[in-house]
Design a protein around this ligand. Sequence first.
Ligand SMILES: [Zn+2]
Length: 156
Amino acid sequence: MSKPMKYLVIHCTATPEGREVSSKEIRHWHTDPVSKGGRGWKQVGYTDLFHLNGSVERLVDNNEDAQVDPWEVTNGAAGYNSVSRHIVYVGGCDKDMKPKDTRTAVQKEALKRYVRDFHERFPQIRIVGHHDLNPGKACPSFDVKQWLREIGVHNS
Ligand SMILES: [Zn+2]
């Protein structure tokens, strides 16, 4: 059964600054069996992936409406997946794996375009960071509320 979408959730891959991550790699992390070092999930955790070069890769099919259909569900944040769309940028940690906003200029630009477009189409849907839903997580390593203000998206 599909449910009305309530959240667009921003994540980071929690990988060191400057290191690219492929969609194949993310699929392995999330969907490989636990015995093989994966999480054993049925579906990958995010709908769209923002690469270091600013390109956006779709990982899970989505029909771009305000409902979350069963086939659109991704596993980004425990307890919120049936009403969320999850997106992720590559990075989020410094070389010592401490949380850091490592977004490149072109990643920021791509995220901004995506979020503005999303907000225009679905002004009722809240745009949040992963840590806003699951406090205790550093993800996505920047303050989403403050960034939304900076880019002129008035939401929530
Ligand atoms: Zn996250």
